[in-house]
Design a protein around this ligand. Structure first.
Ligand code: PGA
Length: 258
């Protein structure tokens, strides 16, 4: 499958639909947002429906420049792993996969080590990885955000050879901001990315590649607050949960990135 063309750090707006939408409902939502999304230029758009809707949505997106992603994968290529989905299976439909979302870390036991396996599997199957990192409320209040996030970036990306900076996207999603309506300030998120995430990426891949990797903000992004994030020098787009399930809101956020 051909990957959408991206310049280094073209803004990316990704919708994470989580456990919402049957295939029929997913295509209904796609048809509601498609005209609005296609009218926005200079922004890469990405939809991440549940596994069961990937095939249907990939049909609907044919001939558009809107990318498709999954929300998880298993790192093994095949085997006795009931219920799991491999990178090769996703690559039939998708260009992207979200990895290490805080809900997967909190409820499904994902660790930096499993995240690392998953990122490697994705990249080796020509899928772009959107790796999520972020501190919990307690870690934030204890002043540990920088330490936690640099560890998540370092350990999640250890021993990975990045062919090009567009193959990896990092999403900074403070856990306390996800689905809570309590978004991080744009300045705060920007500082964290500038002082922690990008230097950690530079330590792993060198300055030039680190400067080309897109870093998104996620956590209660809405049409009303989106522009503040996109004005920041280090924020290259958003990973959107709740608001990505409403066509007008998702299109509005995409317009704010243009
Ligand atoms: P939210 O979720 O936009 O509903 O806060 C973001 C996410 O979980 O990626």
């Amino acid at each position: 499958m051909i990957k959408p063309v991206t310049n280094s750090r073209t803004p990316l707006i990704a919708g994470n639909w989580k456990l919402h939408k049957t295939a029929v409902e997913a295509n209904q939502l796609v048809s509601e947002m498609l005209p609005g999304l296609q009218a926005v230029t200079g922004v890469e758009k990405l939809l991440c429906p549940p596994f069961t809707a990937l095939q249907a949505v990939s049909e609907s997106l044919k001939g558009t420049e809107i990318a498709l992603g999954a929300q998880n994968l298993h790192w093994e290529t095949s085997g006795a792993l009931t219920g799991e989905i491999s990178a090769a299976m996703l690559a039939e439909f998708c260009q992207y996969v979200i990895i290490g979302h805080s809900e997967r870390r909190a409820y499904f036991g994902e660790t930096d080590e499993t995240v690392n396996h998953k990122v490697r599997a994705a990249l080796s199957h020509n899928l772009r990885a959107v790796m999520c990192v972020g501190e919990t409320l307690k870690e934030n209040e204890d002043g540990q955000a920088a330490e936690v996030i640099s560890r998540q970036v370092r350990d999640g990306l250890t021993e990975i050879n990045l062919a090009g900076s567009t193959d990896l996207v990092v999403a900074y999603e403070p856990v306390w901001a996800i689905g809570t309506g309590r978004a991080a300030t744009a300045e705060g998120a920007n500082l964290l990315i500038r002082n922690v995430i990008r230097p950690t990426l530079a330590g792993l891949f060198g300055e030039e590649i680190a400067q080309g990797i897109r870093v998104l903000y996620g956590g209660s992004v809405k049409p009303g607050n989106a522009a503040e994030y996109f004005q920041q020098s280090e924020i290259d787009g958003a990973l959107v949960g709740g608001a990505s399930l409403k066509a007008d809101d998702f299109v509005g956020i995409t317009q704010a990135a243009a």
